[in-house]
Design a protein around this ligand. Structure first.
Ligand code: NAD
Length: 341
């Protein structure tokens, strides 16, 4: 690639220029809940830095923002160490990227798949909110933490207790202990109503529903969180003690749902990669029909034993990928052009 051809000095200069920019943008985004640039622009800068580092691995610094997940936990909250880190996801920006990822999965499962076997994939909508880890002991909500930097998050238990979508007690059959992972988010309609209220009250409005979710959860006063009408859906589990955990991601979600945890709607399993790609592209076009913001589709290998074989690289699992939608602005413009001709 063009980056391989860059001589080392030029690559080092480029990395030095990109690193503080990416670090500053991600600090604003994760720690302060503020987007200083659009996501697509951020993704471009982030991936440019990653490409330079991939072409010149000796330029990787231990504090590079590409080796981190999320942002630092705020001092205002008690810090919580996650027993198993909450990771980020690799990105696919188009169907070709998605197919390339499927090929890597097939390669990683060589010798594991039976003759002619195609692994099943589960596709889930990627709701844009903030990640939470909820620990239930003996079926009772014991602790809720934000993802933070992936290893250490913020204890937001009193705030989360006010979120009606999150049960304080699981249904019968819950294991001795389970960490439920998922996304807290603000519905679009809730967000609009809240902004109207803030305008009337003469207060600062929120930039977008994600911002609304982050700001509403990281409140020192839980009654503020309670008034914000947050929603939640789960997309998986962390550590579990006890039996009953199913062997597939899709079945884990059904199991969580049966325990009373809301799970991501609209999920679907696929054996056929063309159908999987079509699902991702369809949602890119229909995202506005939903009452919540989605910024992509997360595709995961369904069998958990296969996930284990594939494992992780740096901050991302190899068994999952986020198919990211193109920036909304660009989509609108394209649609406008199509309508005008
Ligand atoms: P990610 O894109 O790497 O995805 C991981 C997160 O996806 C999880 O933590 C979880 O919260 C969420 N998620 C939602 N649905 C899920 C599902 N079904 N299964 C699994 N996970 C699911 O997220 P990230 O690590 O927070 O960072 C990247 C994102 O943040 C990008 O979209 C990037 O554009 C944006 N960002 C923007 C700026 C900016 O300045 N605009 C700065 C930093 C990051």
């Amino acid at each position: 690639t063009a980056l391989d051809a860059l001589d080392r000095d030029a690559a080092a200069a480029l990395a030095d220029e990109l690193r503080p920019v990416v670090r500053g943008l991600s600090r604003a985004y994760y720690t302060d809940g503020e987007s200083l640039v659009g996501d697509t622009q951020y993704d471009r800068l982030y991936h440019a830095l990653r490409a330079v580092e991939a072409a010149h691995p000796d330029l990787v610094t231990p504090d590079s923002p590409t080796h981190r997940v999320g942002g630092a936990p705020l001092d205002a909250f008690r810090k919580v160490e996650h027993p198993v880190p909450l990771l980020s996801l690799g990105n696919a920006f188009d169907v070709d990227d998605l197919r390339a990822w499927v090929d890597r999965v097939l390669k990683g499962l060589e010798g594991v798949l039976a003759e002619g076997e195609r692994p099943t994939f589960v596709a889930e909508l990627k709701i844009d909110g903030l990640a939470l880890a909820l620990t239930y002991r003996d079926g009772v909500l014991e602790r809720a933490a934000t993802r933070g930097n992936g290893r250490v998050g913020e204890d937001v238990t009193p705030n989360v207790r006010t979120v009606r979508a999150i049960p304080l007690r699981l249904a019968a059959g819950a294991p001795a202990s389970v960490e439920v992972r998922g996304e807290a988010y603000m519905a679009r309609s809730t967000f609009e109503a809240l902004n109207e209220r803030l305008v009337v009250a003469g207060e600062k409005t929120l930039a977008n529903p994600r911002n609304g979710a982050v700001g509403s959860l990281r409140q020192l006063d839980p009654t503020v969180t309670a008034s914000r009408g947050l929603a939640f859906y789960s997309y998986g589990i962390g550590p579990v003690e006890g039996d009953g955990v199913p062997e597939r991601q899709s079945a884990v979600l059904d199991w969580l749902q049966s325990l009373g945890i809301p799970t991501g709607p609209e999920r679907k399993t696929f054996d056929d990669v063309n159908a999987l790609a079509a699902f991702c592209e369809e949602w890119a076009h229909h995202r506005d029909t939903l009452d919540y913001e989605i910024d992509g589709v997360v595709v995961k290998v369904d069998r958990l034993d296969y996930q284990e074989v594939l494992g992780f690289r740096a901050t991302e699992p190899r068994w999952a990928i986020a198919f990211k939608f193109p920036a909304r602005e660009a989509t609108t413009r394209l649609l406008d052009i199509e309508h005008n001709v």
